[in-house]
Write a new protein. Structure first.
Length: 202
């Protein structure tokens, strides 16, 4: 039995990339537990044996799929200028009725509760989008502020794009972006108050 389809050129890098791309789709659509190695292999046009050869295991493949999904910017801006407004505008546009789905968020939603996949998802968020957001925010408690911002972004995405609550679906993108930017602004701006300063005695 051949490792690839008849006539397919044996290109290790290309085959690995096709497997990874297929895995991102399967894990996003079905979550870690329900995505099967055979289904991923079939989508990629290879045998299940090839997945183990290139990635070691389903868990190893999932870890790389998470890195791939969260490695590229989605709603987190690529520069610090106007950060709150840029994130708010991007999120509003990406969660509108006609917008394409946000794959990283669906992957997170469908796999985060799995005991094997959950820690991998957490590490992926912290290492990629969390670290990127924290670096752009800068200043004290950047990690905490970044993850507060991501919690707000994730919650809005969930209610608007997945649950479809009426007010968030109906609101105009510009209006939503304006309201969200006001909420993100104190998180993304460095506070004038030192951490715990107001609680310290003379």
């Amino acid at each position: 039995m051949s490792d690839t389809e008849p006539g397919r050129r044996r290109d290790a890098a290309g085959t690995r990339e096709e497997i990874l791309g297929a895995a991102v789709v399967e894990f996003t659509e079905h979550g870690y537990a329900r995505a099967g190695v055979r289904q991923i292999a079939e989508r990629a046009g290879v045998t299940a044996m090839m997945i183990n050869r290139y990635f070691g295991s389903k868990e190893g493949l999932f870890a790389e799929a998470v890195d791939r999904s969260f490695g590229l910017p989605t709603v987190v801006a690529q520069g610090p200028d106007g950060l709150a407004s840029a994130v708010a505008r991007s999120l509003a546009e990406r969660t509108g009725p006609e917008a394409e789905r946000l794959d990283p968020f669906l992957l997170m939603l469908r796999s985060a509760s799995d005991p094997v996949a959950g820690p991998i998802v957490r590490r992926g968020i912290e290492a990629h989008v969390g670290a990127r957001f924290a670096q752009l925010i800068g200043g004290s408690e950047a990690d905490v502020r970044a993850q507060l911002g991501l919690a707000l972004v994730s919650g809005i995405w969930l209610l608007r794009a997945v649950v479809g609550t009426g007010a968030l679906v109906a609101v105009d993108n510009e209006r939503l972006a304006d309201l969200l930017a006001r909420m993100l602004d104190p998180i993304t701006r460095e506070s004038d108050v030192e951490p715990d300063a107001e609680h310290r005695s003379d």
